[in-house]
Design a protein around this ligand. Structure first.
Ligand code: NAD
Length: 441
């Protein structure tokens, strides 16, 4: 059994720390945010994530999982230290590694005996080597360590499931002892023959960026096809379905919508472009992905403008604020771009999200928040569906129409059948099925 200190108790630190405890390790999750740690110590959760509360409780009760702000003392007790702090976009889109290196300094100063330092944060290629230099600078004589890379692939909204059932575990390690220790902490996964990819630090770091950039590109590709469909009388759903039946393509990540958001894809695509620049390679494809994705978010407001040209003084109801369903995360959510654009046009914004309203209130306290979807649309001049929450699929459309001042709907997630919605009397826009459905109705 290993004593693991996880530094940074955010989505990744909390879920992976809890998962590693469930695998039989003794884990302490650390953070500089006292409120967050106090909340966790009072049986609360700082994030909304299906299945997490139960798993945290189970492991806290078993004595394998703790939370603390006493970072230095806990590093000294641990034989493995995970770095899981944020790596947001910095200047020129490159990852801002200030926190990672400040944590590396803390680890160096606290170092005693031999420890494995594992980077779980998504970091540019070469960061592992720089973390090693930083720790060496502060490490006391007689201490020793190895830096490992173990990028995380969990998805918000199914983070617990993903951590417990990963498609693969990627480990960058320079020694056999480093590889062995990673096999030990992930023993339950190793036993059920989860593929482990062992490689060097630089390759492990690049795998994470390459994977996220590929998925972001795939989403952007189908969005571009959807935009073409709008002008061609074609149905993007049928195009995506037929494409997905090709085993070389697969149906995953072929859902058209308002553009990707979240805390990872946008920043990781930008960071990979910056990594390219650093080695003199112009990542033209990735730059286009960022550009097309930003335009896709604004395109949703253009769709609304075609149905409701003058937005000044109009009330626009937004259903969904999270960047995708099953999370309260609004980082780089399409809703942010839409809210900004609507406010710029002088519209009044009223919003509802099953779980993300509290997070959005911290960024946009000035807009109105409704307690449910029907209250949200009451007397509204238009409604935009921005997140694919399941409960929006079952919405009573006839009631919505009755409640609204004007029956104008922009369905940015293609949740409804265009012909059916139009038959109810809505003026309706969606993504990649517009002229196709007009022909049907
Ligand atoms: P987050 O912002 O939710 O959490 C980061 C945590 O680190 C916060 O709680 C913050 O208070 C804490 N922190 C900041 N400075 C600290 C310090 N000096 N010492 C201790 N704690 C400190 O971030 P996240 O979403 O968990 O992402 C963490 C990393 O994992 C990023 O590199 C991200 O790209 C990567 N990642 C995220 C996801 C995801 O879905 N969120 C998935 C895979 C990988």
């Amino acid at each position: 059994m290993h004593n693991i200190a996880v530094i940074g108790t955010g989505y990744v630190g909390l879920v992976s720390g809890t998962g590693l405890a469930d695998f039989g390790n003794r884990v302490v999750c650390l953070d500089i945010n006292h409120d967050k740690i106090d909340l966790l110590n009072r049986d609360g959760l700082p994030i909304w994530e299906p299945g997490l509360q139960e798993l945290v409780r189970k492991n806290v009760r078993s004595g394998r999982l703790r939370f603390s702000t006493d970072i230095t003392a806990e590093i000294r007790e641990a034989d493995m230290v995970f770095i899981a702090v944020g790596t947001p976009s910095g200047e020129n889109g490159g990852a801002d590694l200030t926190t990672v290196f400040s944590v590396a300094e803390t680890i160096g100063r606290a170092l005693n005996g031999h420890k494995y330092i594992v980077t779980k944060s998504t970091v540019p290629v070469g960061t592992g080597a720089r973390i090693r230099e930083q720790i060496t600078r502060y490490a006391p004589a007689g201490s020793s360590f190895e830096v490992l890379s173990n990028p995380e692939f969990l998805r918000e909204g199914s983070a617990v499931y993903d951590f417990m059932h990963p498609d693969r575990v990627v480990v960058g390690a320079e020694t056999e002892q480093g590889r062995a220790v990673m096999r030990e902490i992930y023993r339950p996964l190793y036993l059920i023959e989860t593929p482990f990819v062992f490689t060097n630090l630089a390759t492990a770091e690049l795998i994470k960026y390459a994977s996220n950039a590929f998925l972001a590109t795939k989403i952007t590709f189908i969005n571009e096809i959807a935009n073409l469909c709008d002008g061609l009388g074609a149905d993007v759903h049928v195009v995506a379905k037929a494409m997905g039946l090709d085993g070389r393509i697969s149906s995953k990540f072929l859902h058209p919508g308002p553009g990707f958001g979240g805390s990872c894809f946008p920043k990781d695509v930008r960071a990979l472009s910056a990594i390219g620049e650093a080695v003199g390679y112009d990542t033209r494809l990735l730059k286009a992905v960022t550009e097309v994705n930003a335009a896709q978010k604004l395109r949703m407001v253009e769709k609304l403008r075609r149905l409701l040209p003058a937005l000044e003084g109009k009330t626009v109801a937004l259903l969904g604020l999270a960047f995708k369903q099953r999370t309260d995360d609004v980082r780089e959510s399409p809703a942010l771009a839409v809210i900004a654009k609507l406010r710029e046009a002088g519209a009044r914004v009223r919003a509802f999200d099953p779980v993300a309203a509290e997070t959005m209130k911290k960024i946009h306290p000035e807009i109105t928040y409704a307690d449910d979807m029907y209250e949200c649309v009451t007397d509204a001049d238009a409604v935009m569906i921005l997140t694919e929450w399941n409960e929006f699929r079952g919405i009573d459309l006839a009631r919505i129409k009755q409640l609204m001042a004007r029956p104008v709907m922009v369905d940015c997630r293609n949740l409804y059948d265009p012909a059916g919605v139009r038959a109810l009397g809505f003026q309706y826009a969606c993504v990649g099925r517009e002229s196709y459905s007009e022909k049907l109705s």
